[in-house]
Design a protein around this ligand. Structure first.
Ligand SMILES: *Cc1c(COP(=O)(O)O)cnc(C)c1O
Length: 230
């Protein structure tokens, strides 16, 4: 069994290689370690290994790890978020990766004291099982968000289909990048929209080749803890 630090080292090397293939600089890629399936001790190991960005997808997990680690990390909320939970998490997160509807935006506007850095989640692959705004509706959605001064759109987020077909995965990530380019070129004051949150344990190499600036990696870094699969 390898350690968290060894696995991170290996992942960083794979990122470096993907960057080399794509003519990018590894500094452009930030690793968000997704700690949703492990407890605070394992999350602390990630911090000790030099990662400062942690991702959680539920209020309870965020609560538990935020109490243990606090401002030693920046906190990324990556899961679908119910509007009624906004009040509980909004003061503790640095990034929301899953803004996908107007009612959620409205609740953030109501509850946040400071502007929140958000990614709009886009359903590039069009799978019925996936949440996210349709690609063709994304620009209008972001224009509409201009009414909310507590929301800053830093970029777009997507999840690729769960498949071994690399071309399908690549096409999904490329589609998000093209949409990002289109939206950032609009020059909307509420939406610099420079970032791309894409790539997980199984597909982060492809995501980096296609322009990811935030990769959300869970099991490949932290593994599983017994009885805590999710
Ligand atoms: C769980 C999760 C991840 C990390 O998944 P792994 O396959 O463990 O790397 C990334 N993004 C989202 C939205 C997730 O829910």
């Amino acid at each position: 069994m390898s350690t968290v630090a060894e696995r991170l080292n290996d992942i960083q090397q794979q990122i470096n290689e993907a960057c080399r293939r794509a003519g990018r600089s590894p500094e452009e890629v930030t690793i968000v370690a997704v700690t949703k399936s492990v407890g605070p001790e394992r999350a602390r190991e990630v911090i000790n290994a030099g990662i400062r960005e942690l991702g959680e997808n539920r209020n309870e997990g965020l609560d538990q790890k935020h109490s243990a680690i606090g401002s030693d990390a920046r906190w990324h909320f990556i899961g679908s978020l119910q509007s009624r939970k906004v009040r509980d998490i909004i003061g503790r997160i640095d990034f929301l990766h899953s803004l996908d509807r107007g009612s959620l935006a409205k609740e953030i506007q109501k509850r946040a004291e400071q502007p929140v850095d958000c990614f709009v989640q886009v359903n590039v692959s069009g799978e019925a099982s996936k949440s996210g705004v349709a690609p063709e509706a994304t620009a209008d959605f972001i224009r509409m968000l201009g009414a909310y001064d507590k929301i800053r759109i830093v970029g777009l987020m997507t999840m690729a289909p769960n498949t071994d077909d690399e071309e399908v995965i690549r096409r999904t990530f490329r589609g998000l990048r093209e949409l990002r380019d289109e939206i950032s070129s609009l020059g909307l004051p509420n939406a610099p929209c420079t970032e791309l949150s894409m790539g997980m344990s199984n597909d982060f190499g492809i995501a980096v080749e296609e322009g990811a600036t935030f990769v959300r990696i869970g099991t490949a870094i932290v593994g599983y803890e017994s009885g805590e699969r999710s």
